[in-house]
Design a protein around this ligand. Sequence first.
Ligand code: EPU
Length: 336
Amino acid sequence: MRIEQNYSLLKHNTFGLDVKTKYFVEYENEADLQALFRDEYFFSQQFWHIGQGSNLLFLGDFDGIIIHSAIQGVEKIKETAGFVWLKAGAGTDWDSFVAYCVENGWGGLENLSLIPGEVGASAVQNIGAYGAEAAECIEEVHAYFLETGEKKIFSNAECAYSYRHSFFKEPENKGKYYITYVVYKLSKKPEFRLDYGNIREHLADKPVNLDTVRQAVIAIRESKLPDPKKTGNAGSFFVNPYICIAHYEGLKKHYPDMPHYPVNDEVVKVPAAWLIERCGLKGKTIGGAAVHEKQPLVIINQGNATGQDIADLAAEICRAVKEKFFIDLSPEVNFI
Ligand code: EPU
C-alpha cells in the first residue's frame, strides 16, 4: 500500500488543478483494501475514492484521504466459441483495456475508444459514446461495501444500468462501494455500431473491422474533444437532460430545429451541447475557465483556472439554460 502525505493531485485530475490532499492512499490488491477498512484512523477522516480523476472537480485542497486503486491487469477467465470473459482490475487504464480487446479481435468496446479513465469507473458511470455503453458488455462487478467491509459480486441486472447511471451512483450508495474488478463479456464475432454521428464518413472506403472502427472513433474524438494531457477538462461537464414530451412540444414551437432523441412515450433526451450553444455561451470565460469552442458541453482550463472558476462557469451555464429553456442541467462531474 502506498501512502503519501501532503500530496499534489495535479496528475490525478484531468482538469489539471494543482490541489493537495492531506493523504493519498493507493492499494494494490483486495487484501490492502480490507486492511484499510479495518483502520480506525481512516474512518476518523473524510475520504474519497478516485479513478483517473477524469470526472472530478476539486474546489480546493482536500483535508482528508484520497484513495486510488492500483489493481491492474486483465485475465481471460472463460472462453466459448463466440465469447470471452475478461476480468480487469479497477485501476487498469480504460483505453489500454479497449486497445487490448481490439488487438485480440474481441468486440463490444471499440466505440468506447479513447475515453479517459479507468475500468472501475467505467462500471460506476456506465460510460457511453458513439451508440455504445459499457453496460452492454458488463457481466459482473466485484465491489467491497464500505460499511461492512464485505465483498459482493454484482450481476449486470443488480448494477441497474441506465444512461450514465448505475446502482453505484444512487444517492444512498454513492461513494460506499469500492470496485476491485469488472468482468467484461466480449464477442469474437462483433456486430458493429456505425450509425452514430459520422463514424461511417470517417471509415470512408476502409474495411469495417475492430481496428478501423476504433481508429474512426479516435479521429472523431480528437477532432472535437480537447486532449486532457494538453488542455485540462473532464469531458462532458453535464449529462444530456431528459424532458417530458409536453415540455419538448412547447419548446419546439420556438425552436423547430431543436435536436431530440426519443427515450420512451413520455420523455425525450436533448443534447445539452445544443442548449448551451443556443444560449450563446460557446467560448464564454470566467477567470481561467472557458466553454470549449468545438463542443460546448466541455469546460476547459485555459491554464490558470481555479476549481471555483470552473464551478462558477458551470453555474452560469445552468442559469442561462434554465432561463432560456426551463431545463435544469445536471453535472456529470463530481464536485469535491
Ligand atoms: N451539438 C451542438 N453544438 C456543438 C456540438 C454538438 O449543437 O458544438 C449538438 C448537435 O445537435 C449534436 C449533439 O449536440 O448532434 C450531440 O453532440 P455529440 O455527438 O458531440 O454528443 P454529446 O451528446 O454532446 C455525448 C457524450 C459524450 C460522447 C458523445 C459521442 C454525454 C453527457 N456525453 O456527447 O461523452 O463522446 O456523446 O457519443 O452523454 C463524456 O462523457 O465525457 C463524453 C465526451
